[in-house]
Design a protein around this ligand. Structure first.
Ligand code: ZN
Ligand code: ZN
Length: 164
C-alpha cells in the first residue's frame, strides 16, 4: 500500500481541484490521489494585522494524517506568515496548504501543489530545472520547469515506492 494524498479545496476552488488532482497523479505516478471535498477556511485563520491568512495557522487546523497518508488544502485567500507576504504554499510534516490567490492559472496551481507535495515527501529545494526550485513571484512559477529533475525524481520514487 503506497502513500495516499487527500485534497481539500476551498469551495471557490472546487472546479480547479480536479485538475490539481490529475496533475499530481502525473507528477507522482505512485501516489494515490483522492479528493476529500470542499472545506472553507475559517475566518479565525485571517490575520487582521498582516491582512492575509496565516499559513501555519491553516496547517494547524489540519490533523497530522496517519502514517501512509498526506493531506493538501487548496485555499483561495492570500497566504503568508509573519515574515512573508503572499506565500504560494507551505508544508509541515505531511500537511500542506497552497493558495491560488497570486497564481495566474491552473497550470501554476498544479506546479506549486507539486512543489509542496515534494516537501511533504522530504525533498528540499533544488537549483536545477526542477519543480523543487523555489519561486518568489508568479513569473518565476511560470518559468520554472513543470517536472522534477532526475535527482529529485529518484528521491520521490524512493519516498513513494515499495522498494527501489
Ligand atoms: Zn519550497
Ligand atoms: Zn530537483
Amino acid at each position: 500500500m503506497g502513500l495516499v494524498l487527500g485534497i481539500y479545496s476551498d469551495p471557490k476552488l472546487a472546479s480547479e481541484a480536479e485538475g490539481v488532482a490529475d496533475g499530481l497523479c502525473k507528477l507522482f505516478p505512485r501516489l494515490t490521489v483522492m479528493l476529500l471535498g470542499e472545506r472553507a477556511v475559517p475566518a479565525a485563520a485571517w490575520d487582521t494585522f498582516l491582512a492575509q491568512y496565516d499559513a501555519f495557522g491553516i496547517l494547524g487546523l489540519m490533523a497530522e494524517p496517519q502514517e501512509s497518508a498526506a493531506v493538501l488544502w487548496l485555499v483561495e485567500g492570500d497566504l503568508g506568515d509573519s515574515r512573508h507576504r503572499g506565500l504560494f504554499g507551505a508544508a509541515q510534516g505531511r500537511r500542506a496548504v497552497v493558495s491560488a490567490a497570486r497564481l495566474p492559472d491552473a497550470g501554476a496551481l498544479v506546479k506549486e501543489a507539486g512543489h509542496e507535495v515534494g516537501h511533504m515527501l522530504g525533498l528540499g529545494h533544488c537549483s536545477g530545472a526542477c519543480l523543487m526550485r523555489p519561486a518568489k513571484t508568479a513569473g518565476e512559477v511560470q518559468s520554472k520547469a513543470g517536472a522534477f529533475c532526475p535527482a529529485c525524481s529518484e528521491e520521490i520514487n524512493r519516498a513513494t515506492g515499495e522498494q527501489g
